[in-house]
Design a protein around this ligand. Structure first.
Ligand code: IPD
Ligand code: CA
Ligand code: CA
Length: 262
């Protein structure tokens, strides 16, 4: 756990909030909540996304009324503060809406635009991934390290599919590149958990092209604090708003980047 007192306090708040939200999601999953559509017939939102967001935003406003909040289902709450919370109340909404047990809540804290703490909670396995800048990453309190495979042929990779079909050719091209070479290729349906799984050494690499800041924030910090690497497709330093990312255990990163060059 972090040595810095203020980070420790933020992390404690963040992890407790992620777990409380997860308990709500567990209850709502059992109620078979219905979904409605957002930008397309593939982009879903449920009453659970809204209830989870309401809970998280209320708790942050109660505890840190001066902080900014960027959360998926609402307009950004801007502030003069150096701190901003970046929240995906349910990442993996399609899975949730269909009863597929792979979704989570992701909460991250930025200070002056830099990620400093985060938590991703997967309520069905009671798995809490937590992270603090410069201090480490943990799963249920145990330190996390990325995996050891150093070649793509020994690696399990994950990709995402777009809601934006102008990107379809790029996704198909990636699948054609990675599918025959990697040991396995997955599409898990939660960007945040895909990143948390890299931090935990369960996945070795992940590429996606159409992500938002709230999908990425906590997961990116988890990967880097667990010893992995996250960049853009050209190997450049990741900009959280550029949408396209490559994350890996670091050992297969250059090989993955080279494969995308063709
Ligand atoms: C989605 C998931 C999915 C990714 C999509 C995201 P949501 O988030 O992370 O894995 O491929 O791009 O929008 O809608 O479930 O919060
Ligand atoms: Ca998301
Ligand atoms: Ca979401």
């Amino acid at each position: 756990m972090p040595k810095t007192k203020s980070l420790d306090q933020y992390l404690h708040f963040t992890t407790a909030l992620a777990k409380e939200t997860g308990a709500l999601l567990r209850e709502m999953l059992a109620q078979n909540v219905s979904y409605s559509l957002k930008s397309s017939h593939q982009d879903l939102v449920t009453a659970a996304d809204r209830a989870a967001e309401e809970l998280i935003v209320k708790k942050i406003k109660d505890k840190y009324p001066e902080h900014g909040i960027l959360s998926e289902e609402s307009a950004e709450l801007k502030s003069e503060s150096n701190f901003r919370w970046v929240i995906d109340p349910v990442d993996g909404t399609s899975n949730f809406a269909h009863g597929i047990p792979f979704f989570c809540t992701s909460i991250a804290l930025e200070e002056d635009g830099r990620l400093v703490a985060g938590a991703i909670y997967e309520p069905l396995r009671d798995e809490l991934f937590s992270v603090a800048l410069g201090e480490g990453a943990w799963l249920n309190g145990q330190p996390l390290n990325v995996s050891s495979p150093d070649q793509v042929k020994k690696a399990i990779l994950a990709v995402g599919y777009p809601y934006d079909f102008s990107l379809l050719d790029g996704y198909v091209a990636q699948m054609k590149l990675f599918l025959p070479v990697a040991q396995g290729l997955r599409r898990l349906g939660s960007a945040a958990l895909s990143l948390a799984y890299i931090a935990a050494g369960r996945l070795d690499g992940y590429v996606d092209m159409n992500l938002n800041r709230w999908d990425l924030a906590a997961g990116v910090l988890l990967v880097t604090e667990a010893g992995g690497q996250v960049t853009g497709f050209q190997g450049t330093e990741l900009e959280l708003d550029t949408r396209a990312i490559m994350a890996s255990n670091g050992k297969i990163h250059d090989e993955m980047l080279k494969m995308l060059e063709v």
